[in-house]
Design a protein around this ligand. Structure first.
Ligand SMILES: NC(=O)c1ccc[n+]([C@@H]2O[C@H](COP(=O)([O-])OP(=O)(O)OC[C@H]3O[C@@H](n4cnc5c(N)ncnc54)[C@H](OP(=O)(O)O)[C@@H]3O)[C@@H](O)[C@H]2O)c1
Length: 263
């Protein structure tokens, strides 16, 4: 079975943001193991160099901040010029921090989280959409979160950014359909990565990063429109989504809070 996937994916070209750690790093290694050509983006260029050393397939690295639209466009142009359009673009870069929605001091962090988690995804996709439209193929993948399903107290910025991202990806999916472009939204629950390392609360159904990413890759291969991983979180999120506001307020009030820090 795995040999079959490897052959099928031999010529794949995959462009991934947030590839310096966690989910992005695992995506890079798992796609490389399937023979894919890679374009990897992250701010910490030294980490990208280290990752590239362990990748045997063609791999371009770009030390770019996803909020920097011009340089991201340049990176995309460089990749397209060298290898042609990628088959899959995965907008995975993201940040998380506790914020208080009614606190002036948190405004800067709030804006920065939305800028990275929402506009960073838009910046990532835009350079590829024109060429995808011309060739009538291509897949755009956004890594959202179950935190985007309902407003979370103490994580307003993150929750807002992921809710907006889910809706943006849905609009995009419908707009892209007639051009033969697929859009996949992946909303993960908890995954062991540097992002969750310092959480001091119980994280139900938490997955090992490589296990989670192999499920992401399957969902991408199957061109899923919207998927919550793991399935237990899918059930929990569906219940969360339909709870009346009064009940949600009661349950969420005592929920876990992420540490507040400036970004
Ligand atoms: N872990 C979870 O439980 C979980 C759950 C739901 C959703 N997610 C989402 O999954 C994605 C990956 O997170 P992770 O868990 O793998 O966390 P992580 O290990 O902290 O990885 C985040 C990645 O995003 C990159 N990044 C952050 N800001 C960036 C920027 N401005 N420009 C370019 N790259 C940037 C980081 O690279 P540099 O710092 O080098 O730039 C890093 O490679 C995020 O979108 C996150 O919201 C994670």
């Amino acid at each position: 079975m795995s040999e079959k996937i490897a052959i099928k994916n031999k010529a794949l070209k995959v462009f991934i943001t947030g590839a310096t750690s966690g989910i992005g790093e695992s995506l890079a290694h798992q796609y490389a193991n399937q023979g894919a050509t890679l374009g990897l983006v992250g701010r910490r260029l030294e980490l990208l160099h280290k990752i590239k050393l362990n990748i045997k397939t063609p791999c371009e690295i770009y030390g770019v901040d996803v909020t920097d639209q011009k340089n991201l466009q340049k990176a995309a142009n460089h990749f397209i010029k060298k290898y042609g359009a990628p088959d899959i673009v995965i907008a995975n870069a993201g940040v998380s921090s506790g914020t208080l929605a009614g606190e002036k001091k948190d405004l800067h962090t709030f804006k920065r989280i939305v800028e990275i988690n929402l506009f960073g995804v838009i910046h990532t996709f835009l350079p590829f959409i024109e060429i995808f439209k011309k060739q009538k193929s291509g897949q755009l993948v956004g890594i959202a979160s179950v935190a985007g399903i309902r407003g979370l107290p103490g994580s307003g910025a993150y929750s807002t950014s992921k809710a907006a991202l889910i809706n943006y990806l849905e609009s995009l999916r419908i707009e892209m359909k007639s051009f033969g472009i697929h859009v996949t939204t992946i909303a993960p629950g908890y995954i062991h990565t540097p992002m969750t390392k310092h959480n001091r609360y119980i994280m139900p159904f938490i997955l090992d990063v490589d296990v989670a990413v192999s499920r992401f890759i399957k969902a991408i291969q199957n061109k899923r429109r919207f998927v919550i991983i793991p399935w237990q979180m899918n059930i929990a999120s569906t219940i969360m989504k339909f709870l009346p506001a009064s009940l949600w307020d009661f349950l969420a009030k005592g929920g876990p809070k992420k540490i507040r820090k400036m970004i």
